[in-house]
Design a protein around this ligand. Structure first.
Ligand SMILES: [Mg+2]
Length: 188
């Protein structure tokens, strides 16, 4: 089974990293639970603008911590055909590949896909932390399955509920591994 794995919010704890930088640069302290939508903003600055700016710095990229349980789970899933998929800009690719090689040496397939192009991802399953990406992916093919890695910002008023037979909701990595076992069990 071919499985696409998003980086930010799934492998990399991007929000924790950016909140530290926001505290350092703007003196404003926020917690992850306050980030309640994808386009969250503070003092008129959108979080994605801030993340894109920071990702241009390779040292920042290397500092981003792991999502809990991700290394163990990726090892458990190593028998599948795993593909890393990200909307990070091309200027962050070199450092991102280094970060991946350091933390997940078995993840060598890299695919760049902006939001709006997630239907093109060449895989059977997508693990992603944003509902719009999951919807785009599953609506393009009824045989595809989406795993929403749930964070406070994962649901953004999409019609994800309409695809409930294709979508799994997972708040942590162990439930992602269970969902994949489940999907594999359903396959002919
Ligand atoms: Mg993400």
């Amino acid at each position: 089974m071919k499985i696409a794995v998003d980086i930010d919010g799934v492998l990399a704890d991007q929000v924790s990293a950016v909140l530290l930088e926001i505290e350092k640069d703007y003196g404003q302290k926020y917690s992850k639970s306050e980030i309640n939508r994808a386009h969250w903003n503070f003092a008129g600055i959108e979080i994605w603008t801030e993340i894109s700016r920071l990702l241009a710095d390779p040292e920042y990229v290397m500092r981003v911590p792991l999502i809990e349980g991700s290394q163990k789970a990726i090892k458990q899933l190593a028998g599948h055909d795993l593909l890393v998929v990200t909307a990070r800009r091309p200027n962050a690719e070199e450092a991102t590949r280094k970060w991946l090689c350091w933390h997940f040496p078995c993840l060598t397939q890299y695919y760049h896909a902006r939001t709006g192009t997630k239907h093109n991802i060449p895989s059977d399953v997508l693990i992603d932390d944003l509902d719009m990406n999951i919807v785009e992916f599953v609506k393009s093919d009824p045989d595809r399955r989406g795993i929403l890695f749930q964070h406070p910002w994962s649901l953004n008023d999409t019609d994800i509920e309409d695809y409930s037979d294709q979508v799994y909701y997972c708040p942590q990595w162990q439930s992602v591994v269970n969902a994949i076992d489940n999907i594999r069990g359903d396959q002919p």
